[in-house]
Design a protein. Structure first.
Length: 216
């Protein structure tokens, strides 16, 4: 990706760092590599973001906040139109997942960010935990509350296991969607967000609403 020289320095740094972190991870990316890609000096990164950990967190929060805003607006609208009835389970899953999968559609920056967000979930870093707790968990909790109306007979423990499985499957998919052709020996296309979202909604809905067994 070639960074547009007309955009502001912080944005250039965020875009460049995001692409590098997505490709090489936190430990595999150096601040020097970011300066070279963004065509800025080291002082600019320290001035705008501080150290590498702060830069990494800024890249993630810069993506999560608008995604979560779209999610919450979608949830509020669904609650408004559903009235006293539970929002359809498949719609809840779609509202939660779609903003992430939409990043994969014809946008090189979005593709890099979706890989990074996926990596941040399956390759956790201790200093990211607080960020995710602040940015992600409150939104997920609102969706979990709405989903709970469909599976109210599940024990709290059983319900949380199912939510964990579904969220884990989503982030694994996002982290690996860029190489699905190789992983499936050509059966699936790379970055096929439309198909991936459709398949994910079906899987998540079935998982969350599966029959309750003893002890669940």
């Amino acid at each position: 990706m070639t960074t547009n020289p007309d955009i502001e320095t912080p944005t250039k740094i965020l875009l460049s760092a995001g692409e590098l972190f997505a490709s090489f991870g936190f430990h595999g990316t150096s601040i020097r590599a970011v300066t070279q890609k963004a065509k800025v000096n080291l002082a600019a990164i320290h001035y705008h973001f501080g150290d590498k950990k702060s830069l990494y967190c800024s890249v993630i929060s810069n993506q999560l906040r608008p995604i979560n805003q779209v999610r919450l607006v979608g949830l509020a609208n669904a609650l408004k139109y559903s009235g006293d009835k539970p929002i359809p389970l498949s719609l809840l899953v779609d509202i939660y997942a779609r903003p992430l999968f939409d990043l994969c559609v014809d946008d090189p920056n979005g593709l890099a960010m979706i890989r990074l967000l996926g990596r941040s979930m399956i390759e956790p870093l201790p200093f990211v935990d607080k960020l995710l707790a602040e940015e992600l968990h409150p939104v997920t909790a609102q969706f979990a509350q709405a989903i709970r109306r469909h599976v109210h007979r599940l024990t709290p423990e059983g319900f949380m296991w199912r939510v964990s499985f579904v969220v884990g499957a989503m982030h694994h998919t996002l982290a690996t969607m860029h190489r699905m052709r190789d992983l499936t020996r050509g059966l699936c296309r790379d970055n096929d967000a439309e198909t991936a979202l459709r398949q994910f909604v079906q899987l998540a809905t079935a998982t969350l609403s599966a029959p309750i067994e003893a002890g669940s």
